[in-house]
Design a protein around this ligand. Structure first.
Ligand SMILES: O=C1O[C@H](COP(=O)(O)O)[C@@H](O)[C@H](O)[C@H]1O
Length: 249
């Protein structure tokens, strides 16, 4: 388990470009070491902004996109192609523009897919998919980089404060119900699944995030500030703009 480090950038645009450069480097390093890389995407303004910056980067071509395994940390349980789905936004921002292998892109199920409106069944299926790709003895694949956003109330992925989902200790993926932020039904990796990643990057911008960021970095309980419980095995980076970092001591 790593100790969280905060890196502060001057503004949201700089942050997105800097994280994009960091992501390209992490992917190329993993590919040089092992031939492929495994990345977990997030939704939200900052997460999608980073993917747009990757697309616009002059270093885009340094990555062998056909050898990148793509997963999601959470999904809004909506029909396929809905503009609010994290998958749809990630495809538009980046994935539709690079040569990813469709078989290696693994979105969480939509609400009009094979599990219909059963988010719990869709979550259980994603957990099985992850387990099937995991090294022996592990429940999820080796994620090189797992990116997350942070909500105003401290949620990360779709784990909201005070819910049973943030306390989950055995399942790796859960159907999430009655979310305070729309849409109310979601699918999310749990904290144990997030904690299996080599690097966890929490990315956020804006004054509204200053309080949860400061609480998390001051050691808040995950049940109160779920983002505080997102910790990578080798590295945990909080990638912030000056507004989001404003209350750090
Ligand atoms: O709904 C979600 O929101 C969070 C944070 O989004 P932001 O726009 O405030 O940065 C995001 O991390 C999560 O993936 C998404 O489903």
């Amino acid at each position: 388990m790593s100790r969280p480090e905060a890196l502060v950038h001057s503004g949201g645009d700089v942050l997105a470009a800097a994280v994009a450069a960091r992501l390209i480097t992490a992917i190329t390093d993993a590919q040089a070491a092992r031939g492929s890389a495994s990345v977990v995407l997030t939704g939200g303004r900052t997460g999608i902004g980073v993917l747009e910056q990757v697309r616009l980067s002059p270093a885009l071509g340094a990555v062998d996109w056909s050898a990148v395994d793509v997963f999601w940390g959470d999904e809004r349980f909506l029909p396929d192609g809905d503009g609010e789905r994290n998958e749809t936004q990630a495809r538009q921002a980046l994935l539709d523009h690079v040569g990813v292998d469709p078989a290696r892109v693994r979105p969480m199920a939509p609400s009009d897919g094979e599990f219909g409106s059963d988010a719990d069944a869709a979550a259980a299926h994603y957990a099985e998919l992850l387990a099937g790709l995991a090294p022996e003895g592990a429940a999820v694949p080796r994620f090189d980089v797992l990116m997350l956003g942070v909500g105003e109330e401290g949620h990360t992925a779709s784990l909201f404060p005070g819910t049973p989902y943030v306390r989950e200790e055995s399942r790796t993926v859960v159907g999430v119900h009655d979310c305070p932020k729309p849409p109310p039904t979601r699918i999310s990796l749990t904290l144990p699944a997030i904690g299996a990643a080599s690097e966890v990057w929490l990315m956020t911008t804006g004054k509204a995030k200053a309080e949860p960021v400061a609480s998390a970095l001051a050691g808040a309980k995950p049940v109160d500030i779920p983002a505080a419980g997102a910790v990578g095995r080798d590295r945990t980076l909080w990638l912030l703009d000056t507004d989001a970092a404003a209350q750090l001591g």
